[in-house]
Design a protein around this ligand. Structure first.
Ligand code: TXA
Ligand code: MG
Length: 340
């Protein structure tokens, strides 16, 4: 691993792309201070240039190098949750390229806990003359698609990039499985926030506990988050999320004709399954953490199995399921036909 990490860091320093594991999902990394390298990320993903990317830093990074101000709220959240699946939006330091934040005057910072990510970040920072190096990395998937939670997902996502154009570091399956929680603390000085921009494994309640006040919901002036587009994180197979009774109804109704195709029905208990031709039943985890961990791998697997549609049982509406409901809601929204 040592040699591979050294190579990976050298590639980043030379402006190249390196995909690496984190505890949330795999990231597609480039030198955060190299605008040409940043352009390579956008090109590889097919992502609009006005969408900001997160800068990943090692635990010992000097945050004042990246952020123009670090409010007490940010320090408290860092103390509680870093390294880990939390991204903070802070005022961007003047010398950090605007390209990293899609032209906005903020910067998203995250210190991941995955040991391979940390080793890469440390090695990369060591190569910088000033010892400060950050790796800009969106999730390593094409724009709008499901995030990768295995190295093999990343390779499958970028078949057009050869090994000399993209190095993929192996780090096992991502344990959180969905993208980091994002909290905007960039406008505290103006009296706005903290604002929860994207729910995740670290819950709104946990953030509220640390801050003594619940994070606000995004307002119109909140920084733009591409993951908050209504249709995002979508598989290729049409997906619907339905309460169990409606799911059973939908599974039964449309498959009576022999041409109706194949359905994957994902339910919380196989006890609910019915013998319906063309319908395969799968059981999902009843715990939100395990559900999140397995979600994207499940969607990719079903995508690869040629189903004509995926029906998923609606998870509970409880707060513990907020992040999961957010992701599958957006995945299903990509296929909503009612304009909603
Ligand atoms: O867990 C994660 O956050 C993963 C891993 C690789 O760290 N990364 C990830 O990146 O999900 P991405 O680009 O797929 O989503 C990052 C989100 C985007 O929705 C982006 O708009 C937002 O973070 N973001 C980044 N910098 C921002 C900024 N300065 N202001 C507002 N939003 C920002
Ligand atoms: Mg993404």
């Amino acid at each position: 691993m040592g040699r591979l990490l050294t190579d990976a860091a050298a590639r980043l320093a030379a402006g190249g792309l390196v995909a690496f594991p984190t505890e949330t999902v795999y990231g597609l990394g480039a030198d955060a201070e190299n605008t040409q390298a940043l352009a390579r990320i956008y090109a590889a993903k097919g992502r609009p240039a006005n969408h900001p990317v997160i800068v990943h830093v090692a635990p010992e990074a000097d945050l004042s190098y990246w952020a123009g101000a670090i409010p007490a709220e940010a320090r408290a959240l860092i103390q509680a949750f870093w390294p880990g699946p939390l991204t903070l939006i802070l005022p961007r330091a003047a010398h950090i390229p605007a390209a990293v934040s899609g032209g906005q005057d903020s910067v998203g910072l995250r210190c991941p806990s995955h040991p391979v990510a940390q080793a890469l970040l440390r090695e990369f920072a060591r190569l910088k003359p000033n010892g400060q190096g950050g790796v800009a990395a969106p999730s390593a998937n094409k724009f709008g698609q499901v995030s990768p939670t295995h190295a093999a997902h990343v390779r499958a996502e970028f078949p057009e990039l050869g090994p000399d154009q993209l190095l993929v570091l192996e780090g096992g399956p991502s344990q959180v499985g969905i993208e980091s929680t994002i909290v905007d603390v960039s406008r505290i000085a103006q009296g706005v926030g903290p604002v929860l921009l994207r729910p995740g494994h670290i819950s709104a309640a946990q953030i509220g506990e640390v801050l003594g006040v619940a994070p606000a919901r995004p307002d119109e002036a909140a920084p733009q988050v591409s993951g908050s587009l209504k249709a995002h994180y979508a598989p290729r197979t049409p997906l619907r999320v339905l309460p169990l009774d409606q799911l059973l109804d939908a599974a039964g109704r449309d498959t009576s004709a022999p041409s109706a195709g194949r359905t994957a029905a994902v339910v919380f208990s196989l006890d609910a399954r019915r013998a319906i031709p063309g319908v395969d039943w799968l059981e999902c985890a009843s715990d939100p953490g395990r559900y999140a961990r397995d979600l994207y791998a499940l969607l990719r697997r079903l995508d690869g199995q040629g189903y004509d549609r995926i029906l998923m049982e609606q998870p509970p509406r409880a707060a513990a399921w907020q992040a999961v409901n957010d992701r599958i809601g957006r995945a299903a929204a990509a296929f909503a036909t009612d304009g909603a």
